[in-house]
Every structure is written in structure tokens, then in C-alpha cells.
Design a protein around this ligand. Structure first.
Ligand code: S3P
Length: 183
């Protein structure tokens, strides 16, 4: 009995180390791609992007997946990637699509989940026409805002750390590093 509880504690600690999987979450356009590159460099970890993994697996773009099939087909592919990541023992930074923590309920089990928090207004201000074009679920502003509002609570709930994504990249990297070192 005693041994079991020690083991549990040890595994909890091991899964919290900086060498663990770092999962970045946040709404479309919050800056995951750019920040994940800088974070992976700072932590000296490889970087994977779940949308790019899906595109590579299917051989077509996310936009194409949504238009040829539908959102539920995309979610199935996303769940397969999530499962692969969960099974993998490789320490890495993973940038995820905006729906990943919403549809993948066990995300907190995969690794350290960091949510990039940013007001919707700022997302809109930062996004270019090109950025919008690439995102099938951001074609209508009112619908995108409704989606943002509907997801906000879950993003927060399904994260170990929330960072203010309006800060500079350097400040965000520092924030994550100090969080990882104090865990
Ligand atoms: C989605 C976000 C997109 C992409 C897909 C669905 C979402 O990724 O996974 O279009 O449901 O929020 P980004 O967050 O990188 O735009």
C-alpha cells in the first residue's frame, strides 16, 4: 500500500519534468505556431504541430480536409494524432490546433498543457487575410466569436498553466521556463 502511493508520487513528478511533452493550446490565431518555435528552441526540444502532422498523414491541407470531407472527419484524424502523441515517449513541444483540447478530453494526461490566453479582439487585430483563409472555422467573425466564447472555460480547465499571450515572446518563454522549473 505504502509502496504504491510512493510510486504514484514519483510518476506524477516524472510527468512534470521539463523534459516531458509540452502541449501548447489556444484559440485559432493566438500565436501558437510562432511561440512554439521559440519555446522549443529555448527548451532544446523538437517541435511538432498537430495540424502539420494531420496534413502530412492525409497529403492535403486542413482547408482541403474540411471541404472534401467535414469537421467530424478532421476530428477523427486529430484524435488519431492525439493518441499517437499520448503513446509516444518522446519529449517535445507540441503546438495543437484550436479544437484539440476541446475534443481530446484526456489532454491533461499527455503532458504539461499550456494555454495561451488572449482576448478575441486581439486575435482579430493580429490576423491577416491569409491567416483567415487557412482556417475553415474562422470564415465568419460572429461565429468565430461564439466559438471562442464557448471554448474559453474548457481551455482554462484543461491546462496546467495559462499564459498571457499578449506579452512578448521572451516574457512568455520565461513564464513557461520558470513554471517548469518550479514544478
Ligand atoms: C481549428 C483550429 C485550426 C485547425 C482547424 C480547426 C479549431 O488550427 O486545427 O482548422 O477547431 O479551432 P489553429 O488553431 O492552428 O488555427
Amino acid at each position: 500500500m505504502v509502496n504504491m502511493s510512493i510510486k504514484k508520487k514519483e510518476s506524477k513528478m516524472a510527468s512534470s519534468l521539463p523534459s516531458d511533452k509540452i502541449i501548447l493550446t489556444g484559440f485559432m490565431g493566438c500565436g501558437k505556431s510562432y511561440f512554439s518555435q521559440r519555446l522549443a528552441e529555448a527548451l532544446k526540444l523538437p517541435l511538432y504541430d498537430t495540424d502539420s502532422l494531420i496534413e502530412a498523414k492525409e497529403g492535403i491541407s486542413i482547408t482541403e480536409i474540411f471541404s472534401r470531407y467535414d469537421e467530424s472527419y478532421f476530428r477523427t484524424l486529430e484524435a488519431e494524432i492525439a493518441f499517437d502523441i499520448q503513446k509516444s515517449s518522446q519529449a517535445a513541444v507540441y503546438a495543437t490546433g484550436g479544437g484539440f483540447p476541446i475534443f481530446y478530453h484526456d489532454i491533461l494526461e499527455i503532458g504539461t498543457v499550456i494555454y495561451m490566453d488572449i482576448p478575441f479582439k486581439q486575435i482579430v487585430a493580429r490576423m491577416s487575410t491569409e491567416d483567415i483563409k487557412k482556417r475553415p472555422l474562422f470564415q465568419d467573425l460572429d461565429q468565430a466569436l461564439a466559438l471562442y466564447n464557448s471554448r474559453l472555460e474548457l481551455y482554462k480547465k484543461r491546462s496546467h498553466l495559462q499564459i498571457d499571450a499578449t506579452q512578448s515572446i521572451e516574457q512568455m518563454v520565461q513564464c513557461v521556463q520558470s513554471f517548469l522549473h518550479t514544478r
